[in-house]
Design a protein around this ligand. Structure first.
Ligand code: SAH
Length: 352
């Protein structure tokens, strides 16, 4: 069986052409999938019975199963998906009072970056997700919404490092962006990266208007390398240069994410150092109070420490946001639900 969402438009048109079927059938199927939220070929009533049978014999719409579905009182919903090979990934629907409906999606099974405070990377990476597996998360989250609501934003902030899987992520985002896909404008799609410089450059060259978020988490290399081990090979300066290039090419302001870990990177001196490093850049700093992970020793700072940190940045002319915690009760932070359920899936050697 082929995963329909893994087919490029060209591949699907070829499939139709080989069977002497008109190309407009592709648009019909697309509409059923993305606009009508069809669950099966059976529902695609204007295709005719024989074509529906033909499609069902060769393609599957869903390649994953929903292994768990959790809902939080704040409107956050999280799906644990079991992929065809038994691996498990997570995706989240976030609702806010501005009527934003945000899909948070994963790009890899696990993560190779090894950030010390993050649950996703505790077991390393198993593999990249396919374009279809990335799109399937979006379609499944969309189906949690009532028919008169649509997904308005995407954040690629689930499990994995998106820039380590760009060849599969970009076609999925392109489909999300298309008017006959999910119609979500590129400006409402955020790609969050640990700071892989070639990936940032590649995105800058594409000039695709996606919002770039860089997970900085520390104002100097010594501390960043302790928290984000992959920094050893990269270094903050090169990341900032690449972020500047992204802004210069796309005109899009870059967000710097900063997870606040009590006693480690949340002191006034860190805020001052960070302000000095980012000064003059058209940057937004997104402060994320640490979301506790059962196996890890780190602590969330007191809110007074968080506010003081934010104030120092603001006094130095930076734009700052503090990210509200959502869905704690359902283990919504990346990688947590997967760990809190008994089955963790087969493991195999990481792919490069
Ligand atoms: N690999 C990408 C996407 C990761 S998830 C990246 O590094 O940006 C998105 C954000 O959540 C990252 O900034 C990540 O560092 C942060 N994060 C991970 N675990 C967290 C936790 N337990 N509490 C708060 N933020 C966390």
């Amino acid at each position: 069986m082929l995963h329909l969402l893994d087919q490029t438009s060209e591949q699907f048109r070829d499939w139709l052409a080989q069977r002497d079927l008109p190309a407009y059938r592709a648009a019909q199927v697309r509409r059923w999938l993305f606009a009508e939220r069809a669950e099966s070929f059976e529902e695609m009533t204007d295709l005719g019975k024989s074509l529906r049978g033909l499609l069902a014999a060769e393609f599957t719409i869903w390649s994953a199963k929903v292994a768990a579905h959790r809902e939080s009182p704040d409107g956050t919903e999280k799906l644990l998906l079991e992929l065809a090979d038994g691996h498990r990934i997570e995706c989240v629907l976030l609702r806010d009072d501005k009527e934003h409906r945000t899909a948070c999606i994963s790009t890899q099974v696990g993560c190779a970056m090894g950030c010390v405070f993050c649950a996703s990377g505790l077991d390393g990476v198993a593999r990249n997700l396919s374009t279809g597996e990335i799109l399937e998360q979006l379609l499944r989250l969309q189906r949690l919404l009532p028919k008169d609501e649509r997904l308005t934003h995407i954040v690629v902030m689930g499990m994995g490092e998106p820039l380590a899987n760009l060849p599969r992520l970009l076609p999925a985002l392109e489909t999300a962006n298309r008017p006959d896909g999910l119609g979500i404008s590129a400006r409402r799609i955020t790609i969050s990266t640990v700071g892989l410089v070639p990936g940032i450059r590649r995105l800058a060259e594409l000039d695709c208007q996606y919002h770039l978020a860089v997970s900085l988490h520390a104002p100097n290399d010594e501390l960043r390398t302790r928290l984000v081990p992959t920094n050893r090979k990269i270094g903050i300066e090169r990341i900032l240069e690449a972020a500047d290039e992204y802004f210069a090419k796309t005109g899009r302001r870059v967000t710097f994410e900063y997870v606040l870990l009590a006693g480690l990177n949340d002191q006034p001196e860190h805020a001052h150092q960070l302000a000095a490093r980012l000064k003059g850049r058209p940057a937004l700093v997104n402060l994320i109070p640490f979301n506790p992970v059962a196996e890890l020793p780190y602590r969330t700072p007191k809110s007074t420490a968080t506010v003081r940190f934010a104030e120092i940045l603001q006094q130095n002319g930076l734009s700052v946001a503090i990210r509200y915690r959502k869905g704690d009760r359902i283990d919504a932070a990346c990688g947590q639900l997967r760990r809190s359920t008994a089955y963790s899936g087969p493991t195999r050697a990481p792919e490069t």
